[in-house]
Design a protein around this ligand. Structure first.
Ligand SMILES: Cc1cc2nc3c(=O)[nH]c(=O)nc-3n(C[C@H](O)[C@H](O)[C@H](O)COP(=O)(O)OP(=O)(O)OC[C@H]3O[C@@H](n4cnc5c(N)ncnc54)[C@H](O)[C@@H]3O)c2cc1C
Ligand code: FES
Length: 346
């Protein structure tokens, strides 16, 4: 059974707050569209941060095998907000948290693929022109509905939304994943001129424009895009004049390293914007010599910045294993939690 194509009213238990969930939308994203601070992180069923309890009503679950949804959750009528659609009016229990209040209400638009270019042997940039505007903060991501692929895929924007830019463009830098369904379609099937549904912006690891601390951006592998967006945001933000930004890119081998040319193109390069890279495998590949840092990014960051990390605003993006290692290192160094911002790429 599926919902009947109408909007449904969702009531938050223990408050008089309600919001509307339109046909084809889910509990989480319709709440954010209404300005409600529904906690979440990945939007793709992996992290489990968007759970709510169903008090009254019926729902459809888009992806029952989602890794963030456990057998215990089912027993307790707990669902993932990012994977659950109402079949009729519902009452749910969920604790809004101000941290998740959307800076820009997410919206659904169409995006036409206009351009693509290679960045490394396995990362490409894909540019979409949107049918309608989508304001976003540097570091945020959007959800792409790729033809023939179940669910959506999250990709971070690498450009910035400042200035008057019409029609709006979104640039994504995507790493090809072996046997990946979404990246398979994006790299091998989607043609220039193809039009897809794009929903955004999402994500909490955006540039804090009001914080006057030097910045460290750490990008691992596919985590390039949001860190490039943040660097571009810093270069373009008058309120952050004089703030230094250190960019650290971590790859497996020298041919994975990228991002430097994008920073070099920005005003303030070498004066207040700096780039370093590290590789985790010492043996250079056949194409590229290597005289940079060797090691995992969290240890390289520790060696380079040490106790100064406590006085920096730190942004990072990349695979969960890297995220966990960086968080551990920062906790050991007593870096205040409020100064650390990240979205993990499940
Ligand atoms: C917040 C965020 C930002 C990201 N930003 C980037 C980026 O800038 N660049 C980049 O290269 N990668 C990024 N990723 C990773 C990206 O979203 C994909 O996971 C990756 O490209 C692999 O996708 P795939 O379809 O090729 O692989 P697959 O292995 O086919 O799919 C993996 C992903 O799809 C989801 N998924 C699988 N099946 C379903 C289903 N039936 N319904 C719903 N979801 C499903 C999984 O949760 C998982 O996230 C980001 C991920 C997150 C969470
Ligand atoms: S936000 Fe729903 S599982 Fe991550």
């Amino acid at each position: 059974m599926h919902s009947d194509g109408h909007a449904h009213r969702i009531t938050l238990a223990a408050s008089d707050q309600t919001y509307e969930c339109e046909a084809g939308d889910v509990m989480l994203r319709s709440a954010l569209r209404a300005g409600i601070a529904f906690p979440y992180e990945c939007n793709v069923g992996a992290c489990g941060n968007c759970k709510f309890e169903l008090i009254e009503g019926d729902v459809d679950v888009a992806w029952p095998e989602a890794p963030g949804w456990t057998a215990k959750d089912r027993e307790r009528r707990r669902y993932l907000g990012c994977q659950t659609a109402p079949r009729g009016d519902c009452t749910i229990k969920m604790r809004p948290s101000a941290h998740y209040a959307p800076k820009h209400a997410p919206r659904r638009v169409n995006g036409t693929l206009t351009e693509r270019r290679a960045i490394t042997h396995d990362i490409e940039e894909f540019r979409f022109t949107l049918s309608g505007d989508m304001p976003f903060e540097p570091g945020q991501y959007a959800l792409l509905k790729l033809p023939g692929v179940n669910g959506q895929r999250a990709y971070s924007m690498s450009n910035i939304a400042d200035g008057i830019e019409k029609p709006r463009e979104l640039h994504f830098q995507v790493r090809r994943v072996a046997n990946g369904l979404g990246t398979g379609v994006l790299f091998d099937a989607l043609e220039i001129g193809a039009c897809i549904d794009i929903d955004g912006p999402y994500g909490m690891a955006y540039l804090r424009r009001d914080v006057k601390r030097d910045i460290l951006c750490i990008a691992g592998g596919s985590g390039l895009a949001p860190m490039i967006s943040i660097a571009r945001g810093v270069a373009a933000e008058p309120a952050l004049d004089g703030i230094k930004l250190h960019f650290l890119y971590g790859g497996r081998t020298p041919r994975d390293v990228c991002g430097r040319d994008m920073l070099e193109a920005l005003p303030g390069w070498a004066e207040r914007l700096h780039f370093q890279a590290a590789v985790s495998e010492v043996v250079p590949d056949s194409e590229t010599a290597w005289d940079g840092h060797v090691g995992f990014v969290h240890t390289v960051a520790e060696t380079l910045f040490g106790d100064n990390l406590r006085d920096m605003e730190i942004y990072f993006a990349g695979p969960p294993a890297m995220g966990t290692a960086i968080q551990r290192a920062l906790i050991a160094l007593k870096v205040p939690f409020e100064q650390v911002h990240f979205d993990q790429f499940y």
